[in-house]
Design a protein around this ligand. Structure first.
Ligand code: HEM
Length: 407
């Protein structure tokens, strides 16, 4: 079947359309959307159920202004979408309550605290690489998908070590399972598992991990209801794992197909921090989180009415040529890079310091231990393009075999 033109897609954007398994084509569509009008439209919004569909903000400036203006563009879901909510989640609240949540959660994710996790993240990454390093071939998506999950369940959330493989497995099925039924069953299983784990922990002495932060959190003098503790732990899984895994798998694929870029990162390790930001801008950002219009407001000539849904497309904003020079090129040492990959305003990503560290360590260890990795010509990579973040479920590579580490 011939595919629709970029113009047809731009007139009614549907991220889940099969044509967008071609990622470059999706960005061509964004380019048409940005050129045609400040706000595009979609009849099939994801993460927001609104009968009339939703507006889509695609230009950097508009996205940025919406993210700063929570009084008009609320994070409270539409009534239709809120039926699916499990509890009071930081990402679906507005200030002042949202800020009180952040005050409780922010210290845990501080740069210093995350930096202290570096040795553990490196060891976990090395163990994953050890699984295939002697063979001279492997799948880097295994590193990208497992490392953030292991780090999160083991060190951040503090689940019992023997439960970590099951949690990682359930999350993997929840995100990548073949059928909707399998995915829903896995989310249900994970919820139950976290519920039971947190119930057990309620009766134990504190251990200074995220479960304790949530269990001891007090907002306006009240402890969080138990359901909200579990729901926010689930939110961290949903917000933190697919995003980081997608970005990391995208980065591995990019470098596996561009040996000169891979060699440059090895030769110039000082640019790794900038490269991580650029890889998030270029390929690792989210393609839409909704806002609900709380009060009538005009933006860039468009009037938004209460109850309407507006999707902020960070990925499109991050390719806006009026803000980024050569926006459609990945420039590993890009200096001016005020990308919106982690959002902006009050809901700016809570886990950005952790995500950056996981990406940096993942790249460092792969570049150090498999310096000549390249795509395996006999096994096709598998791109997954129907979610709010897009990446590779499989990045088969070849490289010179090497010894396992002592990790
Ligand atoms: C490359 C990886 C990541 C990307 C691209 C990313 C992106 C984002 C973006 C764009 C937002 C803003 C959402 C909005 O405007 O409504 C956000 C919020 C959030 N992120 Fe991340 N994220 C990443 C990793 C993580 C990690 C590792 C965690 C935690 C383990 C995390 C937890 C959260 C939470 C809890 C929020 C909601 C904050 C709030 O509502 O105040 N994220 N993220």
């Amino acid at each position: 079947m011939s595919r629709r033109s970029a113009e047809e897609h731009a007139a009614n954007w549907d991220l889940r359309h099969e044509d967008f398994n071609d990622n470059d084509f999706l960005y061509d569509v964004y380019s048409v959307m940005r050129r045609s009008a400040p706000f595009a439209h979609t009849d099939t919004p994801f993460l927001s159920a609104t009968p009339g569909g939703a507006w889509v903000a695609v230009r950097y400036e508009d996205c940025y202004r919406i993210l700063q203006d929570w009084q008009h563009f609320s994070s409270n879901p539409t009534p239709e979408a809120s039926e699916q909510l499990a509890g009071d989640l930081v990402i679906t609240l507005d200030p002042p309550r949202q800020q009180k949540f952040r005050k409780v959660l922010n210290p845990y994710f501080s740069p210093a605290r995350m930096k202290a996790l570096r040795p553990q993240i490196r060891d976990e990454t090395d163990r994953l690489i050890d699984g295939f390093i002697e063979a001279g071939s492997g799948d880097l998506a295994d590193v990208a998908w497992r490392q953030p999950g292991i780090v999160f369940f083991k060190y951040v959330l503090g689940m019992p070590i023997e439960d970590v493989p099951l949690c990682v497995e359930l999350t993997d099925t929840a995100l990548n399972g073949d059928t909707e039924e399998a995915r829903m069953a896995a989310w249900g299983g994970l919820y139950q598992h976290l519920h039971d784990g947190i119930t057990e922990r309620s009766a134990q002495p504190p251990r200074d991990d995220m479960i304790d932060v949530l269990l001891s959190a007090e907002i306006d003098g009240d402890k969080l209801p138990f359901g909200d503790v579990v729901a926010n732990a689930m939110l961290l899984v949903q917000a933190g794992l697919e995003t980081t895994a997608s970005a990391m798998s995208f980065a591995f694929h990019y470098l596996a197909t561009k040996p000169e870029e891979r060699d440059r990162l090895i030769a110039e390790p000082d640019i790794l921090g900038r490269a991580v930001e650029e890889l998030i801008r270029f390929g690792g950002s989210i393609h839409g989180i909704p806002r609900t219009v709380a009060k009538e407001v005009e933006l860039n000539g468009q009037t938004f009415c209460p109850g309407e849904s507006v999707i902020v497309n960070y990925a499109s904003a991050n390719r806006d040529g009026s803000v980024f020079t050569d926006a459609d090129q990945c420039i590993l040492d890009r200096r001016e890079n005020r990308h919106l990959g982690f959002g902006a305003g009050v809901h700016r990503c809570l886990g950005s310091n952790l995500a950056r560290l996981e990406l940096q360590v993942g790249l460092e260890q792969v570049l150090a231990r498999l310096p000549d990795f390249r795509l395996d010509p006999d096994r096709a990579p598998h791109f997954h393009g129907s979610s709010v973040t897009r990446g590779f479920r499989s990045v088969p590579v070849l490289f010179s075999p090497a010894e396992r580490s002592a990790a």
